[in-house]
Design a protein around this ligand. Structure first.
Ligand code: SF4
Ligand code: SF4
Length: 436
């Protein structure tokens, strides 16, 4: 794609990166076929190619974001399916991240929109605030039908109430502690404790810790660690995202200095995609560039780490057929496609592929709150496709997807590592007590 940035504009390193990405796009439109929003809405401006044009116009003309650009960028899920499809290697992720930051810097959203986004950024990354908010949402759930009268804001609040679980699980069985030693450790790793996942399903990291400990891995979970910044990053709140990321970079760097780490393990693929991008996010920060690149290098999805270990013979007798839902951040963001399925098969599960597996389930961070109508269509389509495989359970690697598809699937939705922990001798999860 031809661009017309001035030399003065290109002296800005952020714009220079965007220009290089834009120039790679050859307008072929292959990406439109796999874009969930184009598939649903059929509008070129809701396709990757259309959005790339809008971003080019906004950046090249050096103008503030307008409402049309904001509408179509907001509708983008950041699912990155377009990056998997693009034959020209267009890094849409970095381009849309820049667009979201630009929108946040230059566009004044309506008051209700600003308030909701500020609220999400204030609550979601902080487990205590999030827990409190979920309790409030459970109490307010009966009011949900009344919200229909309040247009888009009502729909969004309604989505928040609908997504909030009625009952919260108990806090993790493994309190966050500095070091969980293993006898004759084969490796020393940190596990991201996370924020929203820790509240919604502490069983995920509990399963990871149990399994890794049995395999002889020493685990570090610094109590000071916080949110990785992914949630606010996707809201375009870049200042907060970088501050949260910096905090964790410092915590993990101190741990590396104390005793070295073989890996930083992540059990939420949405977080993994962003942590693996810290090196890029901090490339212009002289104080953090090297440290951030090191953290990105060490970051691994739990399945990537398990794939490198020698696993014993599986133990559990009851193994349902599983539909494997590959989160967008897993398959498109981190390009981890077959490994989780191979691990599940090696553990004795029959694994079934889901039709239209490349399409997002509509979760996408806070998308299912901010764009509830599109998210609901994608959720219904995903569940329909999952049920075509007649599974006894669902495996996936991202808490957002688990929340999004969990309620409607009618079969247990567990994280891949929960299925693996069970297969290799961990306790039987309560959800699978009665499945075929
Ligand atoms: S990230 Fe997903 S929703 Fe956004 S343009 Fe790409 S394919 Fe479409
Ligand atoms: S597939 Fe790649 S090169 Fe083709 S229009 Fe989409 S982003 Fe541009």
């Amino acid at each position: 794609m031809q661009t017309h940035f001035s030399l003065e504009q290109l002296a800005d390193p952020r714009l220079a990166v965007s220009e290089a990405i834009l120039r790679k796009c050859v307008h072929c439109g292959f990406c439109t076929a796999t874009c969930p929003t184009f598939t649903l809405l059929g509008d070129e401006l809701d396709s990757p190619r259309g959005r790339i044009y809008l971003i080019k116009e906004m950046l090249e003309n050096g103008r503030p974001a307008d409402s049309e650009t904001v509408k179509h960028i907001d509708r983008c899920l950041s699912c990155l399916s377009c990056m998997t499809t693009c034959p020209s290697g267009v890094n849409y992720m970095h381009l849309v991240d820049e667009a979201r930051t630009r929108i946040e810097e230059t566009y004044k959203r309506p008051l209700a929109d600003r308030a909701l986004r500020a609220l999400l950024g204030f609550v979601l990354p902080y487990p205590d605030r999030f827990r409190l908010a979920l309790r409030g949402a459970a109490l307010a759930a009966p009011l949900a039908p009344l919200l229909a009268k309040f247009g888009q804001t009502g729909d969004r609040l309604n989505a928040m109430l609908r997504l909030a679980p009625r009952f919260l699980p108990k806090r993790t069985g493994f309190p966050q502690a500095s070091v969980r030693p293993a006898q004759k450790p084969i490796a020393r790793v940190a596990i991201l404790a996370g924020c929203a996942q820790k509240v919604l399903r502490p069983a995920i990291n509990d399963a990871a810790i149990r399994l890794l400990t049995r395999l002889g891995v020493e685990i570090v979970q610094p109590p000071e660690e916080g949110c990785c910044g992914a949630l606010v990053h996707h809201l375009g709140q870049e200042h907060e995202a970088l501050a949260q990321a910096k905090h964790n970079i410092d915590v993990w760097t101190a741990e590396i200095d104390r005793g070295s780490l073989d890996a930083i393990l992540i059990t939420t693929s949405g977080c993994g995609t962003v942590i693996k991008d810290y090196g890029f996010m901090f490339r212009l920060d002289a104080a953090y560039a090297a440290k951030a690149a090191k953290i990105s290098e060490l970051a691994k999805d739990i399945t990537e780490f398990l794939g490198g270990l020698k696993l014993p013979a599986p133990l559990a007798a009851q193994k349902p057929a599983l539909a494997y839902h590959s989160a967008c951040s897993m398959q498109h963001g981190q390009k981890i496609t077959s490994l989780p399925k191979e691990l599940l098969k090696a553990a004795g599960f029959e694994v079934r592929d889901i039709p239209e597996g490349h399409l997002c389930c509509g979760s996408a961070g806070t998308y299912n709150i901010l764009q509830p109508k599109i998210a609901e269509q994608l959720r219904a389509r995903k569940i329909e496709n999952i049920l075509k495989t007649a599974p006894g359970g669902i495996a996936t690697g991202n808490i957002g997807c688990m929340t999004q598809i969990g309620a409607g699937a009618g079969v247990p939705v567990l994280h891949t590592v929960e299925w693996l922990d069970y297969a290799y001798g961990g306790p039987k999860p309560a959800e699978i007590a009665a499945i075929r």
